[in-house]
Write a protein of this length. Structure first.
Length: 366
């Protein structure tokens, strides 16, 4: 418990907390959250082409996590910049959001070789910020109200102090004798990382990438298809209020419940989205088969769902057709409103609006 926002929280207690965490309320919520995540993981494993999700949902996560930090861009701007880097003029906000996606993928690649560590966090923050970062060594970092400039919290100071807190954070995450549920571990470590606030900038986004990696490392959700920041950005005030309540009043149960509810809602949303996309893809494949009977409708449709902004060159690169035939196919699909054609200088881009509308507008429950 820490009630002096003007002084650095040098004595931040290590995890796990002394308070009872897995209360009756938490255990009840764990049942629903675990069920939703298990169903989602099974659905992901059944997908014939997982890249349909892994090429799109991380962009939604990048946009939302960046928006939490007031780095605001639209989904359309972000998707265009990701799929059409040569034709889309990326704003600074878009570039930052794209770095979030890169950091997320870098984290998942790192998990193949080692568990989540302090070095993982450092690499993620480096990818996010676009230059090498290390833990803070200078005083002066604090969390404040951007409107009033009121100081709300001052994290631990001093390089050795911060490294000591991080070492205990890493030890808690990777404790093989851990008796707490992995979802509870994820919630606790997220608070702790935010409280340590080890870097001069990028801590929030780094922490939200780490959430997904901790879930993946525990085997709960192996694919980067979790749009957790979508829930957080819709409940931003409560998110920050719950973090502060842990610091000031040791309200751990409420914090854990918030994170568990966020995971349950997100898992249900993603599961439903998978079903909606699968149905849509089947309908589009049937239409493609009808319009282009001599083409590989399945492979072409998979491309349109992996890359909702597609060019003729990419159809050729996938060896689906020679350029002249690919151009004819794209023309047929745009003439019949399966795709929408846009001109970018000498080049044409064909847009899968039906997929983008679903991704951008599919409601995330409260």
């Amino acid at each position: 418990m820490w009630t002096n926002p003007d002084r650095p929280y040098q004595t931040l207690p290590p995890l796990p907390p002394q308070a009872e965490i897995e209360t009756l309320g938490v255990l009840r919520q764990l049942v629903g959250t675990s069920r939703a995540l298990t169903r989602l993981e099974e659905a992901c494993r059944r997908l014939p082409d997982p890249t349909m999700l892994t090429s799109t949902v991380p962009l939604l996560e990048a946009q939302a996590s960046s928006e939490i930090e007031n780095i605001v861009t639209t989904n359309d701007e972000l998707f265009r910049a990701a799929h059409l880097p040569a034709t889309a003029a990326a704003t600074p906000a878009v570039k930052e959001a794209l770095r979030y996606r890169e950091a997320l993928w870098a984290g998942y690649e790192a998990l193949k070789e080692r568990p989540v560590t302090v070095n993982t966090a450092r690499k993620i923050c480096t990818a996010l910020r676009g230059h090498e970062v290390d833990v803070r060594s200078q005083p002066g970092t604090f969390i404040g109200n951007p409107a009033t400039r009121e100081r709300l919290y001052t994290p631990p100071e001093g390089r050795e102090v911060i490294l000591s807190h991080l070492a205990r954070w890493e030890e808690f995450i990777n404790d093989k004798d851990q008796e707490l549920d992995p979802l509870v571990v994820m919630a606790l470590q997220h608070y702790q990382f935010e409280a340590i606030h080890p870097f001069t900038d990028g801590n929030g986004r780094t922490g939200r990438v780490l959430n997904l990696l901790v879930l993946s490392a525990s085997g709960i959700l192996t694919q980067p298809v979790f749009y957790l920041s979508g829930y957080v950005v819709r409940h931003k005030d409560e998110y920050y209020a719950r973090l502060r309540a842990v610091t000031e009043r040791d309200e751990w149960e409420e914090w854990v419940l918030f994170m568990l509810r966020a995971c349950e809602v997100t898992a249900e949303w993603t599961y439903s989205l998978i079903n909606q996309i699968t149905d849509l893809q089947a309908k589009v494949a049937n239409k493609v088969r009808e319009l282009i009977p001599r083409g590989d409708a399945t492979a072409l449709t998979e491309l349109l769902f992996r890359q909702p902004y597609v060019r003729i060159e990419e159809v050729v690169q996938q060896r689906l057709a020679q350029r002249q035939t690919a151009s004819k196919w794209m023309g047929i699909l745009s003439d019949n409103h399966v795709l929408r054609k846009e001109k970018h200088g000498k080049h044409a881009v064909f847009i899968n609006d039906s997929l983008l509308d679903l991704l951008f507008e599919y409601p995330l429950a409260s």
